[in-house]
Design a protein around this ligand. Sequence first.
Ligand code: PMV
Length: 356
Amino acid sequence: MTHSPRSSRAGGTLGQACAVAHPNIALVKYWGKKDGGGNRPAVGSISMTLNGMATQTCVRFTGSGGDDRIRLGGAEADANTHRRVRALLDRLRRYVPDAGAAEVESVNDFPTGAGLASSASGFAALLVAAEAALGLRLSEDERSCLAREASGSAPRSLYGGFVEMSTGQSPDGSDAVARPLLPPADWPLHVVVAVIREEEKEIGSGEGMRRSFATSPYAAAWVSSHPADLVEAREAIRHHDFSRLAAVSEASCLKMHALAMSARPGLLYWRGATVEALHEIVALRRGGHEVFFTVDAGPQVKAVCTSEALAAVRERLLSIAGVRRLIVCRLGEGARLLAPEEPCAGGRDVRRKVNQ
Ligand code: PMV
């Protein structure tokens, strides 16, 4: 994409900044990319940003040459993460050619790469921190586009509450951006994440999408049936209609996994406990509790529920053999800078480490 003259240097000196971002879960799923680069999604998506998990990232530009130093959870980032982080930093460095190498320290307080949207919160936090460290002031759409080029679901973590990511029409991807739909306080739902395996998944979502679109006979039907799901979810959110949102979200989730499973070779992100949890959630709903499920590219199950249903949902999910623990979330805020006096959480003082 072309970055417009709207983006400007805020006048600050090169420095360091820390940001926090939360993962998001899609209710109407994104799966598949458009041809032609730019990481443009083949379909739009609607998500909820969660508050119970967070990525904290500090970035410092050194002003001198050399390689970027990128640490994730206290260890050197692997080659693939390093490449993706450097690509985003390089795009930002185009505005500030003398920025030099960066030092990046990032910590998640939840399992990384296990279908809990760590790439969404990770790249949203990285973008917000690096933008500030470079003294840049990007427009909202530029921020969305840069986040999207790094990870298709990351633009949604720039905003809080319910968020829609558009597939866009423009060949340069400039309108494939996220927009907030409803702030967190307007519909105070809960999300209970049943953690089933903490290990990183074997097939990442990028490869999963590529394989699904290259080999599944269902890819065209996924794309053509998607706009109706988006309309339905948008309406359900606008009217706070829980059962309507439940129906379209579960349908979109199962459709995405059907597409992934029908790839060659098939992609099966679920474990036994995943299926058990889905059955329990459906049984709870039949019993009158307002709850529905969604599952991303991993085995964890996310149960979206009202305050009234929360206790029953927790109890039932914890009773499933194979559910290791629960992470209970509400809707969270969008990515933001941490003020210099704010503590860096996540069990580690990331800010101090970047300063060393
Ligand atoms: O942004 P990625 O490349 O991690 O892909 C996200 C894909 C899903 O989580 C499975 C669905 C979604 O919309 O978040």
